[in-house]
Design a protein around this ligand. Structure first.
Ligand SMILES: [Zn+2]
Length: 173
């Protein structure tokens, strides 16, 4: 998969996704095989993601490399692969756990997040990520460096559990 860098706390919506992907110069994308310039649109698929009020279905673009044939989903850096909970919400949950442990503000603001989701985010953090961040000396702030460091140290998005190769694409401004 290829992750397009976006602002950390931009709400995820189809409109935002489409506008972000429309700005991507596809010839600048690099495949996991190392080749650039060979990626073209291969199709779309749906995935669910929790927004503030509800779960939305996001139409995700998939690209294919003409050199090696691998397909990649184009994700946003606000999305955690294989998870319906956004990166912003997962970081909020973990920060809240480490601070006050009172999740009522998060659950009030984001009704689609309940206690089960909070528990599972914290469990995954302890099992897979806390030690990693400590050993690499990575902290959550500032968000831009945090995301970049996770990709450069671990070759994947923060809180991504499966070891599927994931390349960060920093959109030229
Ligand atoms: Zn390739």
């Amino acid at each position: 998969m290829i992750t397009v860098f976006t602002d950390f706390c931009n709400p995820i919506s189809q409109d935002f996704y489409d506008k972000t992907i429309a700005k991507v110069q596809f010839h600048q994308l690099t495949c996991t095989c190392g080749h650039s310039g060979g990626l073209t649109i291969h199709g779309y698929y749906y995935r669910s993601i929790k927004s503030e009020e509800s779960v939305i279905r996001l139409h995700i673009c998939r690209v294919k490399c003409s050199y090696c044939g691998t397909t990649h989903a184009l994700l946003l850096s606000s999305i955690v692969p294989y998870s319906q909970t956004s990166l912003f919400d997962q970081v909020r949950i973990i920060s809240c756990y480490e601070d006050s442990g009172d999740f009522s503000a998060i659950m009030n603001q984001t009704p689609s997040i309940d206690e089960n989701i909070i528990r599972s985010v914290i469990r995954r953090y302890f099992q897979h990520w806390m030690q990693r961040l400590l050993s690499a000396g990575i902290s959550f702030d500032p968000a831009f460096f945090f995301i970049r460091r996770c990709f450069s140290f671990f070759k994947r998005q923060f809180m991504q559990i499966k070891i599927t190769p994931n390349i960060l694409f920093l959109r030229p401004t």
